[in-house]
Design a protein around this ligand. Structure first.
Ligand code: GLN
Length: 454
């Protein structure tokens, strides 16, 4: 804990931590020592973590990197952080992210971007998003692991850009209680770690049924670490042909081939599969996620949480809502609220929202058919490129930024688990990763496949 606290201060330039909690860290570390002395050694005893700013932590600033939650200190602790602390983990502080988890570069944060510890010359690169602070902190050795959340790729994409491991569990595996909502039918929390083994240990602590989250599943949590045998002989790995996009980056394609060879060499059977509705995933996601976000973000009205605008004479409640929301939300969040409100409006509901829901069902069916045909896991790229430079994407056209999510959003729509593993460095020396997509509730099998690629 002491050396991580020092690293956290020395690593200021990464912009990873947005609220530091050294007093809490030291108190938790002392409590962990005391437990050890009593012969009680829980799985995360004394392990220093960073927590994404989306998680409510009792008495500690929890702002979802948004101006509208300025000064918000929850009275309660999220289920995930409670579980981690109960297992002995130590919180170093809260981590930077895209505002309300909307973004793929951490540039929509009210705190400014986090920076990737990997660089090319002096060019500053994005650590990805939205869990950019989590990725930068783990890759930059400011902490052992971090929590992330993944609505459309926000654990896996930043993990890929920084050369670490990240797993998005099956929807319902990890409680969403106390995590500030983005798109409730897609959001899942998961660990971001340096190794697959660590991911197994952290997921073990985070997972499990929670009566406080009505979508949390009452399903037994297997021993994830025990599943890491490295034995995948006879397993069937699906390679979705639709993911070989026209114009797919050559180094991504070569990386994918390398991953295929590694799994084959470990005794897996490689099979080409078809997920025919994949090309509709991104547009469906960018209808459904903003629709849910516009509803979830309606609660930030200047009355209950955080920021309230200064009002002029004659201003009433409508002006208070308008001014508070105009000041408190950044441009990307405002765009999503407008998009979401539009697709949910009476005249367009069927044309957009209902259509997107139908597409979502088809995408889910594609995966089900592949698994029914005997596929154990699907291997695909995590991202269409390695990390790009800060300020280089999306400023003229937001859709350019959305395209980063082309490989990640499909499994959120289907509710499936996915793990990103770092596999190689590209010719600029930047990390690149692949993702494995698994059957519902098969995080154990998925992590074992990832273990072979690591
Ligand atoms: N980049 C995607 C978005 O902006 C995914 C974000 C996420 O998973 N939270 O919506």
């Amino acid at each position: 804990t002491m050396s991580c606290l020092t690293a956290m201060d020395a690593g200021e330039a990464l912009g990873a931590f947005v609220h530091k909690t050294p007093e809490i860290a030291l108190e938790q570390a002392r409590a962990a020592d005391a437990r050890l002395k009593q012969g009680d050694a829980p799985s995360l005893c004394g392990i220093p973590l960073g927590i994404k700013d989306l998680f409510c932590t009792k008495g500690v600033g929890s702002q979802a990197a948004s101006g509208i939650l300025k000064g918000f200190k929850p009275e309660y602790e999220s289920t995930v952080t409670s579980k981690l602390f109960a297992d002995g983990a130590v919180m170093l502080g809260k981590l930077n992210m895209d505002e309300f988890a909307m973004g793929s570069s951490n540039e929509s944060s009210v705190y400014g971007p986090a920076v990737n510890p990997w660089k090319i010359d002096e060019r500053k690169l994005t650590p990805g998003g939205s869990s950019g602070g989590s990725a930068a902190a783990v890759a930059g050795d400011l902490c052992i692991a971090a929590t992330g959340t993944d609505t459309g790729g926000s654990i896996r994409q930043p993990a890929a850009f920084t050369g670490i491991v990240g797993i998005k569990p099956t929807y319902g595996r990890v409680s969403r209680w106390g995590i500030i909502a983005y798109a409730s039918s897609l959001d899942q929390a998961g660990p971001m770690t340096k190794t697959v083994g660590d991911a197994a240990i952290f997921l073990q602590s985070m997972a499990g049924h929670d009566p406080k989250d009505s979508t949390s599943a009452d399903i037994a949590v297997p021993d994830f670490e025990a599943a890491l045998t490295g034995d995948i002989r006879g397993k069937v790995i699906g390679i979705p042909k639709e993911y070989r996009l026209d114009g797919l980056n050559e180094e991504v394609s070569a990386l994918w081939d390398k991953g295929i060879e590694m799994l084959r060499a470990a005794g897996a059977e490689i099979r080409e599969i078809s997920l025919p509705h994949s090309k509709y995933a991104l547009p469906a996601y960018y209808v459904i996620a903003p629709a849910e976000a516009s509803s979830n973000l309606a609660r930030y009205d200047g009355v209950r949480y955080g920021h309230r605008a200064k009002l002029g004479p004659g201003d009433g409640i409508t002006e208070m809502y308008e001014k508070t929301r105009a000041e408190g939300f950044g441009p990307e969040v405002q765009r999503r609220i407008m998009l979401g409100t539009y697709v949910l409006s009476a005249g367009f509901y069927d044309a957009y929202y209902n259509r997107a829901r139908k597409v979502r069902a088809l995408i889910k069916r594609d995966f089900e058919l592949a698994f029914e045909a005997g596929v154990d896991a699907i291997l695909a790229p995590t991202t269409p490129s390695a990390a790009f430079g800060l300020g280089e994407q999306g400023s003229a056209d937001p859709v350019e930024m959305y395209l980063n999510d082309v490989f990640t959003v499909t499994l959120n729509l289907a509710g499936l688990p996915g793990v990103q593993v770092p596999v190689a460095l590209n010719r600029d020396g930047l990390p690149m990763g692949l993702q494995l997509i698994g059957r519902p509730w098969d995080e154990a099998g998925l992590l074992n496949h990832a273990y072979v690629l690591e």
